[in-house]
Design a protein around this ligand. Structure first.
Ligand SMILES: Nc1ncnc2c1ncn2[C@@H]1O[C@H](COP(=O)(O)OP(=O)(O)OP(=O)(O)O)[C@@H](O)[C@H]1O
Ligand SMILES: [Mg+2]
Length: 212
């Protein structure tokens, strides 16, 4: 479902970051571990097609991301890949419901209110659908970001440091939500983190080496 082959990425005026060859099958759950600066966020952004590798290939569902561009890539990402960023990237001028409608629109999918209710309800936030992000608690906003990530039933669900700032109880809740949402759409789940507590929930792990 997700394959990295000989991937390197070089930010301007830095040395290239080499990433390990790696393959995650459909429905598998992975932790992406490594010290700060080892490339976890970079690897997620490459997996989402938000960055293009300087060398090597990244494939999602047998599709080489670098061969897509512009609107085709945006739609592919919108339909196949769900992302929960560390800073949640909700649109502050829009309500919860409008944020989710936007995600359907950007993926080129029809408006589907029933599906929106279907994702908000199990996350316990359906009654907050008319609120704007600043009218939500941090945990509620995080669940909205998770709802948006799974809305279009992605094949791959990516989360960047979803639990680092949380206490043990919230950490467990978020881990279980990510797992249950990934299972509900049969998605491959990849969580980038340096939070060792998550190892208890997700045994398959890819360790990135610290940059030289
Ligand atoms: N925009 C950028 N420009 C230049 N270098 C960058 C940029 N973003 C990241 N890097 C460098 O690339 C490397 C990998 O960064 P990345 O953010 O992927 O690490 P990370 O494992 O996610 O770290 P953290 O645990 O701190 O989030 C680091 O050496 C970092 O300094
Ligand atoms: Mg990071």
């Amino acid at each position: 479902m997700l394959r990295f082959t000989q991937v390197q990425y070089r930010y301007p005026s830095t040395e290239a970051l080499s990433l390990p060859d790696w393959e995650a099958a459909q429905g598998e759950h992975w932790l992406l571990l490594g010290a700060s600066g080892s490339g976890k966020t970079t690897m997620l952004q490459l997996a989402a097609g938000l960055l293009t590798p300087t060398a090597g290939t990244v494939e999602v569902a047998e599709q080489r991301l670098a061969s897509l561009s512009g609107r085709t890539l945006d739609r592919f990402r919108g339909q196949r890949i769900g992302i929960v960023f560390q800073t949640l990237h909700l649109v502050s001028a829009l309500t919860v419901e409008q944020n989710l409608r936007l995600a359907q629109y950007l993926a080129g999918l029809p408006q589907d209110s029933e599906r929106i209710t279907e994702v908000l309800e199990p996350l316990g936030i359906a009654h907050k659908r008319k609120r704007r992000p600043h009218q939500l608690s941090q945990g509620e906003a995080q669940r909205v970001a998770l709802a948006r990530a799974v809305l279009n039933r992605p094949s791959v669900l990516l989360a960047d440091e979803p639990t680092s700032a949380l206490d043990d109880r919230s950490c467990e809740q978020v881990a279980k939500l990510l797992l249950s949402q990934a299972r509900a759409c049969g998605a491959t789940l990849v969580i980038a983190t340096h939070d060792a507590r998550l190892g208890r929930y997700i045994p398959q792990q890819l360790q990135l080496e610290a940059a030289a």
